[in-house]
Write a protein that binds this ligand. Structure first.
Ligand code: SF4
Ligand code: SF4
Length: 163
C-alpha cells in the first residue's frame, strides 16, 4: 500500500468492486476512486489531486497482483481431480437469487473466491465455478435462506467411477 494511502478505510473493497466491474485504470477512474474513498474517509480539499494520483497508482498495482493470482488459479483449474479433468466434474454452487437475502456470507467465506459480488443486484454470482473445491459445500451450509444449491454427490461419484 502506498504511504499516502496507509490508514484509509475500505480501499480493498473499493478496488475489488472496480476490478470486478472491469473498469479501465485510466484518468477517468481517478475521480471515481476518490469519490468512493471519500465516502469512508476525510480527505482535505487541497491535496485531493495528490490522492487521486496515489489511488490510481495503487489500483494499478492491485490489478497486477490480481491478474498474476488469476493466472495461478487458471493453471490450478487445468489440473485434475482423482484423474478426471476438473471441468468434467459438475461441482459448483448455483445461487437462487429469489431466495438470497444478500447477507454476503458466502462471498466472504469462500476460500477460493468462486463468487463475485454484483453491486447492482446486491447478490453473489458464482463467476468462477471451477475454483470450487470438489466435495465442499461450506457456502450452502452457512446460507440461512438455503439459496445455494449443489448437485447430488452421487453424480460426481459416478463420473469418478467411470474414469
Ligand atoms: S449466504 Fe445465501 S443469502 Fe447470503 S448472500 Fe450468499 S446466497 Fe445470499
Ligand atoms: S463449496 Fe466451498 S469452495 Fe465451493 S463455492 Fe462454496 S465455499 Fe467456495
Amino acid at each position: 500500500m502506498g504511504k499516502d494511502l496507509i490508514g484509509l478505510v475500505g480501499l480493498d473493497e473499493i478496488f475489488e468492486n472496480v476490478y470486478q466491474r472491469g473498469e479501465e485504470a485510466d484518468e477517468l477512474l481517478k475521480q471515481k476512486l476518490l469519490d468512493e474513498t471519500k465516502k469512508h474517509n476525510y480527505i482535505p480539499k487541497g491535496i485531493e489531486k495528490k490522492y487521486e494520483d496515489a489511488l490510481l497508482r495503487e489500483y494499478k498495482s492491485f490489478c497486477e497482483s490480481k491478474e498474476s493470482g488469476e493466472k495461478v488459479k487458471e493453471k490450478d483449474q487445468e489440473e485434475t481431480y482423482q484423474g478426471v479433468p476438473r471441468e468434467a466434474i459438475p461441482w459448483f454452487p448455483t445461487v437462487y437469487e429469489e431466495k438470497c437475502n444478500g447477507c454476503k456470507e458466502c462471498y466472504d467465506m469462500c476460500p477460493t473466491r468462486v463468487f463475485i459480488w454484483d453491486e447492482e443486484s446486491k447478490k453473489p454470482k458464482a463467476a468462477y465455478p471451477l475454483r470450487c473445491v470438489v466435495g465442499c459445500s461450506g457456502c450452502a451450509q452457512i446460507c440461512k435462506p438455503k439459496a445455494i444449491n449443489f448437485p447430488q454427490k452421487s453424480i460426481v461419484n459416478n463420473i469418478l467411477k467411470r474414469r
